[in-house]
Each structure stands twice: as C-alpha cells, then as structure tokens.
Write a protein that binds this ligand. Structure first.
Ligand code: HEM
Length: 402
C-alpha cells in the first residue's frame, strides 16, 4: 500500500511540475500580457539584446476612425491611451502642432536612449583611451629615442621655410583647433567627471563659456583649413618618393638613415590629408549641429553607401535611410566626436614632433627660418631646390643666423 502511495506521490509531483512549467510558458507568452511586452522582452532589453518590437508597432489601435457618440463612452474615442502613446512613438499619430519645424511634430523618439548610452559610454572610454594612449606612446618614444638631433650640428646658416602668411594660417589653424579640442573635451567629459568635483553651478558657467567659444572659434578653424589647403596642396600630392620614405620609416627610428624628401615628406603629407579630410568632415557635422535640423546629412550618405554596395561588401545590413530629424542630429554628434578624437590623437603626435621631438623643427613655424643642415637632413631635395634658386635682388633666401 505504501508503495502505491509513494508512486502516486511521485506521479502527482511530476504532474504539478509540468503544470507550473506550462504556467510559466503561458506567463511568458504575448497573449498572457494582452499583447504587451513579456518578461522575456524585458530581460532581453536589460541584457542589451535586440528586442523585436513589431508587436508594439502593429498595435496602434484604430487610426483615423471617428468615435461614435451613441455608444457607451464613445466620446472618449476608440483609441486607448496606450495606443495613442504607441502612435506617437512610431510617428503615426495624426497630430497638429503650432510650431512647424522639421522636428516639432515628433513628440517621442527612443533612439535618444541609445545615443545617450553611446555618448556616455564607448565614446568617452575609447576617445579618452585614444588620447591617453597617444601621449603614453610618445612618452615611450621620447624615452627610447630622445630628441631627434641635427646630425651634422647646426650650421648657423638659415633658409626660409614658411612665409609669414603661411605661418599665420598655420597658427590660426593650430590655435583654433586647440581651443575647439579643449572646449569639446570639457563639454563631453564635463558632465561625468567635472560635475561631481565642482558642482552643477560652476560647471554650468564653464559649459556655457565652452559652448560659446566652440561655436564661434569654429569659423576661424574652417577659414584656416581652406587657406592651408590652397597654400600647401601642391606640395602634398603623393609621389613614388613617399613609398621609399615610408619603407625607411622616415628615418626616425635610427640615426644616419634619412630618406629623401621634398618640401613635405610622406609623414607630413599624411598629417596634411588627415587635417584636410577629417577637418572637412568635422566641419560638416559641426555645421549640422550648429544649425539644428537644417543640414541633415546621414540619410543621404547612407543611401549613397547602400547604393554603391559598400554596406553589402562589409556584410552589413543596408543602413537606414529614413531617419528622424533627431536621429540625424544624434548621428552628427557621434560622428563629430569620433572624427575629432582621431584628429586630436594625430595632432598630439604632430605637436610632439614639431616641438620637443625634433631639434630645429619648431623654427620652421616659429621664425620661418630653418638651419641648412636641418633642411639637408629632413628635406634634402627641397633644400637643393631652394639653394639652387638664383636669388633676386631683394630675395634673402640664404641668410647667416644671428
Ligand atoms: C601648437 C602646437 C603646434 C606646433 C608646435 C606645430 C608645429 C608645426 C611645425 C614646426 C610645422 C612645420 C614642419 C616643417 O617644417 O615641415 C607644422 C606644420 C603643419 N602643422 Fe602644425 N603645429 C602645431 C599645431 C598644429 C595643429 C593643431 C594643426 C591642425 C589642426 C597643425 C597642422 C599642421 C599642418 C597641416 C602642417 C603641414 C604638414 C606638416 O608639416 O605636418 N599644426 N606644424
């Protein structure tokens, strides 16, 4: 008898376990939540996984139907509050606003959350890492290699490397870029790192000042970008000589191995094109941010990339081409910061080599005059060209140093 009872007990417990499993499954099904999100959806979202929200998009309620005044509660309309919010969220609601700007009819847009997560997460981490990494790399290089010397020693004879107008354009570009970089970093990192230290009020003053400087100094940056392009583009067209220069590592890793170069070597050409191309891109996305919703650029760019097949080649799904005005702004901000971080990392290396990293380099942009031996070592073909030029009567190409 006891055997029969225990078999019965096992059977019952197995049966009830099955029932609870079933209940669990039912609780997790869409029907059990009345078509709303399930526990599974919530857990997926919390784990950062992609949730298919079609069940929301497809549950917008009756659209464009007038409510009857004769049915019970009819004047309250046929659509529930939840449905109205979903209609707003998926931009299907028939709304009318008094301010007719591109963005004013969009009352809810949830891409803002992924933008914020990206801005306060990977953008800060990888951006900060790129800058600190570059400074660490240069410090290591300095410890190993020290300052790159003028191997033959300074001759005391100088030749003109950059005219005053070229130096003016360079320093306008440099000072505006540095101001933009510093104020940009304050704006991006301030909320996370400065507010806990200096408080909201003090940070607010810094943030307002930074924004003012950033918005206004940007014009000087764009102007100087155009000027240096016009002045230096002819000297920066890649040639076969650049390949040899690159293969020899520019001669910076060992003494007495300097490859030939004209006015600009391959490393400098790279800096020039990084500044021109990324500078143009950072300016375009900056203008898009400066005049909100006026210059959307991503939908058109994505459509181009999709049509030339780049996204397909990279194994990516087609990029979205139907972007909300807010999404355009969010993408502009993220792109603006990524490009600016790459530029800043490259420019830190440029500043190093143009100042402490190489003896005699700074003079080129400081006084405009460089020592002949420096020129022979780093830009031998350019030095030959300048020295062979027949000086006109008021041309002081070669001048003894004071
Ligand atoms: C404040 C620190 C800076 C210093 C000390 C510095 C120094 C120099 C020097 C010495 C040269 C001439 C190199 C030569 O004789 O061949 C030069 C060129 C150049 N600089 Fe700067 N610079 C600074 C900042 C910047 C910034 C912020 C930018 C751009 C955003 C920039 C862009 C350029 C470009 C495009 C060239 C011509 C290509 C090259 O030589 O690499 N510079 N700089």
């Amino acid at each position: 008898m006891s055997k029969i009872l225990s078999i019965l007990a096992i059977f019952l417990s197995l049966y009830s376990f099955g029932l609870s499993e079933n209940n669990q499954a039912n609780n997790n099904s869409r029907e059990s939540t009345g078509g709303a999100q399930t526990l599974e959806d919530i857990l997926k979202r919390q784990n950062g996984e992609i949730v298919d929200y079609d069940f929301r998009k497809n549950a917008l309620g009756p659209m464009g139907e007038n409510s009857s005044t004769t049915i019970p509660l009819g004047t309250l309309g046929l659509t529930s509050d939840a449905e109205i919010f979903r209609q707003l969220r998926y931009n299907e609601a028939n709304i009318n606003v008094s301010s007719k700007t591109a963005a004013s009819e969009i009352l809810v847009q949830d891409s803002g959350m992924s933008w914020l997560t990206m801005r306060e997460g990977p953008l800060l981490q990888y951006g900060g890492l790129a800058l600190i990494g570059m400074i660490a790399l240069l410090s290591f290089f300095y410890l190993v290699r020290g300052r790159i010397p003028v191997e033959e020693g300074l001759s005391g004879i100088t030749i003109e490397r950059f005219k005053p107008v070229e130096r003016f354009a360079h320093w306008l570009l440099a000072s505006s870029f540095i101001l933009l970089g510093l104020t940009g970093i304050l704006t991006l990192f301030g909320r996370t790192f400065l507010i806990p230290i200096i408080g909201h009020e003090t940070f607010s003053i810094i943030a307002i000042g930074s924004k003012w400087i950033h918005n206004n100094v940007s014009w000087a940056f764009m102007l100087s970008l155009v000027i240096i392009f016009v002045f230096w583009v002819v000297h920066n067209i890649p040639t076969k000589l650049d390949i040899k220069w690159i293969l020899k590592g520019g001669g910076i890793f060992s003494a007495h191995s300097h490859p030939s170069a004209r006015k600009f070597n391959a490393g400098q050409k790279l800096i020039f094109w990084v500044v021109i191309i990324l500078g143009t891109s950072v300016s375009a996305s900056g203008l898009s941010l400066l005049f909100p919703f006026e210059f959307p650029m991503f939908a058109a760019t994505f459509a181009k990339l999709n049509s030339i097949g780049i996204t397909g080649l990279l194994g990516m799904d087609p990029l979205p081409t139907n972007l909300l005005p807010h999404e355009e702004m969010q993408l502009s901000q993220i792109w603006h910061s990524i490009v600016a971080f790459i530029m800043m990392a490259v420019i830190i290396a440029h500043i190093y080599i143009g100042s402490v990293g190489m003896v005699g380099a700074y003079d080129a942009m400081g006084s405009g005059q460089v020592d002949v031996n420096w020129a022979k070592q780093h830009h031998d073909l350019w030095e030959e060209e300048v020295s062979n030029q027949k000086p006109s009567k008021d041309d002081k190409i070669i001048t003894p140093a004071e």
